[in-house]
Design a protein around this ligand. Structure first.
Ligand SMILES: Nc1ncnc2c1ncn2[C@@H]1O[C@H](COP(=O)(O)OP(=O)(O)OP(=O)(O)O)[C@@H](O)[C@H]1O
Length: 316
């Protein structure tokens, strides 16, 4: 670890100056610094090819970094690989397991790979938590897609890791199952497991994450508490239903952040809800002076999706 980074005792994963250039010459990670706090749910968001899987693969010891260091639960992932790796459970994007094995044998075998002594009571608890206990003697090939995914999570938890990585946990999963997964992940966090997830579903991050990191072209461009992020970068809009409609905005309103719909019925005013003055009172007064009437008004807060799209587009 470099000297200019004080050790954060709450950090369960510390990534410092991490770089990865593939043999093709492609630079997938550019000096990434990232701290994951113990007990949080951290969502890593980024467009396709941003470097999410590369970052996770390095932390999990599957891909070797070109430069930089990572510690997991205090263990350097290169110098102290076994200890670092045993602190981590990884649920990969693809379902990869022996389809002819039973559920219980699969998780027992996985636990054994980490050199942990057999502990059927612990594995029973994991399978019960994932609603898989009734299926413990079923061959994996006979399970539904959602159950197979849960087996992958049970496998990742079999050696009692303190950190769980979920790479696109709900890709291609229906809405109901996605909600079950979210509830289950929250349950794991309540039992003290730190969760790092990557997702394409912004709604998933909005729903689940305590903190959000945005990665783009191999660089972490932002790490923020979700609520602070939404307050800071979120914009609010005031939507006025005009009555009667207008064909164009008068000159007097030029320069204000106003957009008139094509049919002239809707006027949208964008403002910063954190600012001392939103300008709404002044706007409504001016509309009144100009004889522009409205019969309804609502406000809308931008979603994490709006924020994400703006962030990813705005960077050069
Ligand atoms: N083994 C490899 N050799 C060369 N380039 C690679 C290799 N693996 C990944 N890359 C490239 O590195 C970049 C980052 O890939 P990575 O899989 O980490 O992105 P990602 O953010 O996980 O994307 P996705 O959301 O599509 O899974 C991409 O441009 C990818 O083509």
């Amino acid at each position: 670890m470099r000297d200019d980074h004080p050790v954060d005792t709450a950090a369960v994963i510390a990534v410092r100056g991490l770089e990865k250039t593939y043999a093709s010459g492609h630079q997938a990670l550019k000096r990434v610094d990232l701290t994951i706090k113990r007990g949080e749910i951290f969502a890593l968001l980024g467009p396709n090819g941003a470097g999410k899987t590369t970052l996770i693969s390095i932390i999990c010891g599957i891909v070797r970094a070109t430069a930089g260091t990572v510690t997991a639960d205090g263990h350097d992932i290169v110098r102290d690989y076994r200890a670092a790796r045993s602190a981590i459970g990884l649920v990969p994007q693809e379902i990869s397991t022996d389809m002819f094995e039973t559920v219980l044998d699969t998780v027992r075998f996985s636990r054994g790979l980490f050199g942990k002594p057999r502990d059927d009571a612990y594995l029973e608890k994991v399978l019960r938590d994932l609603s898989l206990w009734d299926k413990r003697d079923a061959k994996i090939m006979t399970l539904s897609g959602g159950m197979k995914r849960r087996v992958m999570i049970a496998k990742a938890l079999s050696h009692e890791p303190t950190i769980l990585f979920l790479d696109e946990p709900t890709a291609g999963v229906d809405v109901e199952l996605r909600r079950d997964m979210w509830a289950m992940v929250r349950g794991l966090r309540e039992r003290g497991v730190t969760i790092v997830l990557t997702t394409h579903y912004i709604e998933e991050a909005e729903e689940m994450a305590d903190r959000i990191g945005v990665i783009r072209k191999g660089e972490i461009i932002l790490v923020e508490e979700k609520t602070a992020l939404m307050q800071k970068l979120g914009q609010s809009q005031l939507i006025l239903q005009l009555h009667p409609p207008v064909t164009a905005l008068p000159e007097e309103l030029a320069g204000l952040p106003l957009v008139l719909s094509d049919d002239g019925y809707e006027l949208v005013y964008t403002f910063d809800s954190q600012a001392d003055r939103t300008g709404i009172a002044g706007l409504l007064r001016r509309l009144g002076d100009l004889g522009i009437g409205y019969r309804d008004l609502q406000t809308r807060q931008s979603s994490l999706e709006d924020i994400f799209v703006t962030l990813v587009r705005s960077q050069p």
